[in-house]
Design a protein around this ligand. Structure first.
Ligand code: MZP
Length: 498
C-alpha cells in the first residue's frame, strides 16, 4: 500500500489572513464571475457563471423551480437524474422555455407614453416586455407591465397611453400594490401569463436598460441586450443509460451535463464523456475525484470541468460504509495543484467544482481561495422555499426534508454502481431534515455579502485575484475555540436558565 501520513483536512481547519485592503477594494467593486467550462489561455469560456454557485444533482434540491430561481441569481442548477428521461427532459425544457426579458426604467417609458412607443421599442429590440417602475430602478415598486404580445393590445389602440393597458393585461399583477419585480416574475411564471418575465438587478445586469445607456444605443438597442437569452441549466447523467438520456436532454436544450457519481475515477466515466464528445456539441463535467490522478484521467477523457469531493456531503455516509474519501480541503488543494500544472503545460484551464461539505458561508470563500472555481451545495439550497421538498413543522421549528441520493428514499443506484448487479445493495446516504431558512434570494444575498466582504479583507476584487493573493493558515483545535464566542456568559443562555 501507499501511505499518506499527513491527515486530510476539512475547510474548518483553515482561516484566511487579511492582506492590504485598498480604497478601491470595496464589496461593490467585487465581481464573482467564474468559468463553468474549460477554455484556452487568452480565450473566453463558452459558459460562465455570474456567481460561483451550483445546486446539487439531487431529488431534494434541483428541480426546474430551483433551476429557474438560481439561474436568475447568476448560478446554475444541475437537475437531478434519478428520474425518468422524459421527466428530466421536461424539467430542462421548462427552464429553457422561460425566457429572460428586460426592464426599461421609468426615464424611458412612463404610463403616459403611448402604445406606439412600446411598439416602436419592440420593433427596435425584438422584445415585448416593458416594466415601468416608480423610481426608475429595477428595485422600485412596480407600477405596471405592458407587453405587445398580449392579445388585448392591438395596433388599433396605438395612441392610447400605456396606463390603459396595464389593468386588463395584468390585473393580477397590477392589482397588488408594492409588488417587487421578482414577485411579479413569480406571478408571471405561476399563472403562465402571456408575456416575458422580467429580470431584476441581481438576476442579470445585462438586461437592465438605463437611460444613459439607452440614449447611447438609441439606433440599435439590441447592442445592449446580447438577444432574448434563456436561463442556463445543467442536468445530471449517469454511466448506465446515457445513450438514451443525453439525446433527450440535448434536444430539450440543456447547457451543461455532469456525470453524477460518488467515485468518478472509472473507465465508465471515460466511456460516457467520450460518447458525449463524439456525438453532441454540449459541455460535460465529470467526477467526483479527490486527487491528481483522478483529475488528469477525467481531463484526458475530455471533461469540460471536474467535480471534487468524496464522502464530505452533509447526508453522506460513504466514508462510514466503505471507508473511502478524503477531507474536502485536502482534495481541493491537490486537484487544484494538478489543474494549475496542466494549465502551465497545455494552456488549457479546467474549472474545478468543490462539491459537498460546505457548512459555513466562509467555507465557500476558502474553497474559492484554494482554487476551486465554483462550489456545488445540497444542504445549503435544500433549506429554501425553492427546493422541491415538503416544509414541515417539527416541534417549534420549520424544517425541510432533505435526503441523500444514496439513501433508500432516492435509490439512485447508478450513482454508486461499480459494475455489479443493478440496484442499491446498501445505503450510502441518510434521510434527514434541514432547518427551513426562507427564500433563496434573501439567503444568497447574505452569503454573497459575506464572500465579497472577506474578499476585500484579502485584497481581492475577483475570484482569480483571490486565488492568487490569498494567504491561508492551518488552525489548531484550540484556536478553533478562540474563534467562537468564549469566556463570556451569553445572554440568551443565562436567561433560559433563570
Ligand atoms: P452538501 O452540500 O449537502 O454537504 O453535499 C451535497 C453533495 O453530497 C452532493 O452534491 C453530492 O455530491 C453528495 N451526495 C448526494 N447524495 C449523497 C448520498 O446519499 C451524497 N451519500 O453524498
Amino acid at each position: 500500500a501507499t501511505y499518506y501520513l499527513e491527515p486530510s483536512r476539512t475547510f474548518s481547519e483553515f482561516l484566511l489572513i487579511p492582506n492590504l485592503t485598498t480604497k478601491e477594494c470595496t464589496p461593490a467593486n467585487v465581481r464573482l464571475k467564474t468559468p463553468l467550462v474549460k477554455y484556452k489561455q487568452g480565450e473566453a469560456p463558452a459558459i460562465s457563471l455570474n456567481i460561483p454557485f451550483s445546486s446539487a444533482v439531487m431529488q431534494a434540491v434541483s428541480d426546474d423551480g430551483m433551476a429557474i430561481a438560481l439561474a436568475r441569481c447568476g448560478g446554475i442548477s444541475f437537475i437531478f437524474g434519478s428520474q425518468s428521461v422524459a421527466d428530466q427532459a421536461a424539467m430542462v425544457r421548462k427552464v429553457k422555455g422561460y425566457k429572460a426579458g428586460f426592464v426599461v426604467s421609468r426615464s424611458n417609458l412612463t404610463p403616459e407614453h403611448t402604445l406606439a412607443d412600446v411598439l416602436a421599442l419592440k420593433e427596435q429590440t425584438g422584445h415585448a416586455t416593458v416594466a415601468v417602475t416608480e423610481d426608475g430602478t429595477a428595485k422600485g415598486k412596480l407600477l405596471g407591465i405592458v407587453t405587445s404580445r398580449d392579445y388585448r393590445i392591438s395596433r388599433d389602440s396605438q395612441d392610447k397611453p400605456i396606463r390603459d393597458f396595464m389593468t386588463p393585461f395584468a390585473s393580477l399583477i397590477y392589482g397588488q400594490s408594492g409588488i417587487t419585480l421578482s414577485e411579479a416574475n413569480d406571478l408571471i411564471w405561476e399563472h403562465k401569463l402571456n408575456c416575458l418575465p422580467i429580470v431584476d438587478e441581481r438576476q442579470c445586469l445585462d438586461y437592465l436598460v438605463f437611460r444613459k445607456d439607452y440614449d447611447a444605443h438609441k439606433e440599435n438597442p439590441l447592442e445592449l441586450l446580447d438577444a432574448n437569452k434563456s436561463y442556463i441549466v445543467g442536468a445530471g447523467i449517469n454511466t448506465k443509460d446515457y445513450k438514451e438520456r443525453v439525446p433527450a436532454l440535448v434536444a430539450a436544450g440543456v447547457d451543461a451535463l455532469v456525470i453524477d457519481s460518488s467515485d468518478g475515477y472509472s473507465e465508465w466515466q471515460r466511456e460516457t464523456v467520450q460518447y458525449v464528445k463524439e456525438n453532441f456539441d454540449v459541455k460535460i463535467g465529470a467526477g467526483n475525484v479527490v486527487d491528481r490522478e483522478g483529475f488528469l484521467y477525467l481531463v484526458e477523457s475530455g471533461a469540460d470541468f471536474v467535480k471534487v469531493g468524496i464522502g464530505g456531503g452533509s447526508i453522506c455516509i460513504t466514508r462510514e460504509q466503505k471507508g473511502i474519501g478524503r477531507g474536502q480541503a485536502s482534495a481541493v488543494m491537490e486537484v487544484v495543484e494538478a489543474r494549475d500544472q496542466y494549465f502551465k503545460e497545455t494552456g488549457i484551464y479546467v474549472p474545478i467544482c468543490s462539491d459537498g461539505g460546505i457548512v459555513h458561508d466562509y467555507h465557500i470563500t476558502l474553497a474559492l481561495a484554494m482554487g476551486a472555481d465554483f462550489v456545488m451545495m445540497g444542504r445549503y439550497f435544500a433549506r429554501f422555499d425553492e427546493s422541491p421538498t415538503r416544509k414541515l413543522r417539527v416541534g417549534n421549528n420549520f424544517v425541510k426534508e432533505f435526503w441523500g441520493e444514496g439513501s433508500n428514499r432516492a435509490r439512485n443506484w447508478q450513482r454508486y454502481d461499480t459494475g455489479g448487479k443493478s440496484g442499491l445493495l446498501f445505503e450510502e446516504g441518510v434521510d434527514s431534515y434541514v432547518p427551513y431558512a426562507g427564500t433563496l434570494q434573501e439567503n444568497l444575498d447574505k452569503t454573497i455579502g459575506k464572500i465579497k466582504s472577506t474578499m476585500c479583507n484579502c485584497g481581492a476584487t475577483s475570484i482569480e485575484e483571490l486565488q492568487r493573493v490569498a494567504r491561508i493558515t492551518l488552525v489548531s483545535a484550540t484556536s478553533l475555540v478562540e474563534g467562537g464566542a468564549h469566556d463570556v456568559i451569553l445572554k440568551e443562555s443565562s436567561l433560559s436558565e433563570e
